[in-house]
Design a protein around this ligand. Structure first.
Ligand SMILES: *Cc1c(COP(=O)(O)O)cnc(C)c1O
Length: 391
């Protein structure tokens, strides 16, 4: 593709997401001295606003990295070499976390799933009861599995661990739910939460986060796992004055300052959650009318940020995405792992309004038609009806 594309590109992958103009403008500000008083003020402001986003009173750590880095930070700060952990494999992202933990030398136990359903607390309970000597030091789950569009109930997982009096820490990936689906780090007693900048926070990729508990900080103090760049200890002392132990991603932090202001003070966090839920419900109206299957097979676990859809019998999802990209300049999420070419994913998170969603669904309906897939026309109308009804 070359030359100017009229209109704007529709970036409807489930992250990176569309960036509001005010955030783009903030990213473009001249870089400042990261050891100046001005930076210290900025650092204090964003770290305290991040606590409001995670709903926590405890420190939130921020790294200049993709979210994968914050997975590594979560594990290496609270565990010891060779520790056992339990990962619930709800989809591609859970399996990537498992892969990373294995590479770091942890003994990774896995609860396998069919990638169509959320974390089943009863299966977790069973596994923890079987762990008689309490070898498992941490349970890792993904709150919103971006590869499948399935959201798990974190509070239920916490209760499952507590009910069997198992001392394992709870580590939760909230990368594609933070600032778009309600997430309560303190209330749900999560020990380490992992976040990233490029999804609900409406920023470019490049920042990642760890929210922590008192217990996680205690485990950190006793952790012998080798680490340096990811070490919370040095971060903590610098962060007290809004600084970082190495050069922070200054301009991304300008953007973060702006996006946090938008989300917390101008739009309101609860309004952000409601908007995402409403757009997700409208999307499902369209998908159901088209007669296509969603990857998520549990109606209580539909994601508010991403809908993963199976193509009709043997249709190539990659061909569909390619046609939609070339004809309508819209990017949809690819099927990940075993869903490659069988699934396309509609990202409806971040800076989105009713008409962006209408355009997104229209592009998909036209693409289905061009591909001659067997489906029922008129899904877009159903979604629009829903948007009008559920104002
Ligand atoms: C996007 C995503 C990640 C990975 O983030 P990177 O920035 O690519 O490292 C991890 N977990 C979930 C649930 C995600 O959606």
């Amino acid at each position: 593709m070359s030359g100017h594309q009229p209109g704007r590109h529709f970036l409807q992958i489930p992250g990176p997401t569309n960036i509001p103009g005010a955030v783009l403008a903030a990213l473009a500000k001249p870089t400042i001295d990261h050891r100046s008083d001005e930076f210290g003020q900025l650092g204090l402001e964003v770290l305290s606003n991040l606590q409001r986003i995670f709903k926590t009173n405890k420190p939130v750590f921020m790294f200049p990295s993709s979210a994968t880095g914050a997975w590594e930070a979560a594990l290496t700060n609270v565990l010891n070499p060779g520790d056992s952990i339990l990962i619930y494999d709800t989809g591609y992202f859970a399996s990537q976390w498992r892969h990373l933990a294995t590479n770091l030398g942890f003994n990774v136990e896995v609860i396998e799933s069919d990638w169509h359903t959320p974390v089943n607390a009863a299966r977790l309970t069973e596994q923890l009861i079987n762990d008689r000597n309490q070898h498992i030091k941490a349970v890792c789950i993904v709150h919103n599995e971006t590869s499948t569009g399935v959201t798990s109930d974190v509070a239920k997982v916490r209760r499952a661990i507590d009910d069997v009096r198992h001392p394992a820490l709870l580590l939760v990936d909230t990368v594609s739910s933070l600032a778009s689906i309600d997430y309560q780090h303190d209330e749900w007693q999560v020990d380490v939460s992992v976040g990233g900048s490029q999804k609900g926070l409406m920023l470019p990729p490049g920042l990642s986060f760890n929210a922590v508990s008192d217990r996680a900080l205690k485990c950190h103090a006793n952790s012998q796992f080798p680490k340096s760049y990811w070490n919370w200890g040095e971060m903590l002392s610098h962060n007290k004055k809004g600084f970082f132990p190495y050069t922070p991603a200054t301009n991304l932090i300008f953007g973060l300052q702006e996006s946090l202001k938008l989300i917390l003070d101008e739009i309101g966090l609860q309004n952000v959650f409601n908007r995402h839920a409403r757009h997700a419900a409208a999307t499902r109206e369209a998908v159901r009318h088209w007669g296509l299957q969603m990857v998520c097979q549990d109606p209580t676990a539909f994601s508010s940020t991403v809908t993963a859809v199976m193509t009709p019998a043997n249709g190539s999802a990659n061909q569909l995405r390619q046609i939609i990209l070339s004809k309508f300049d819209m990017s949809l999420g690819t099927g990940l792992g075993k869903f490659n070419d069988r699934v396309f994913r509609i990202g409806h998170l971040g800076d989105l309004n009713d008409l962006s969603l209408a355009g997104t669904l229209s592009g998909i309906e036209m693409g289905l038609k061009i591909c001659s897939f067997s489906f029922r026309e008129g899904g877009v109308s159903k979604a629009l009806d829903y948007l009008v009804r559920a104002d």
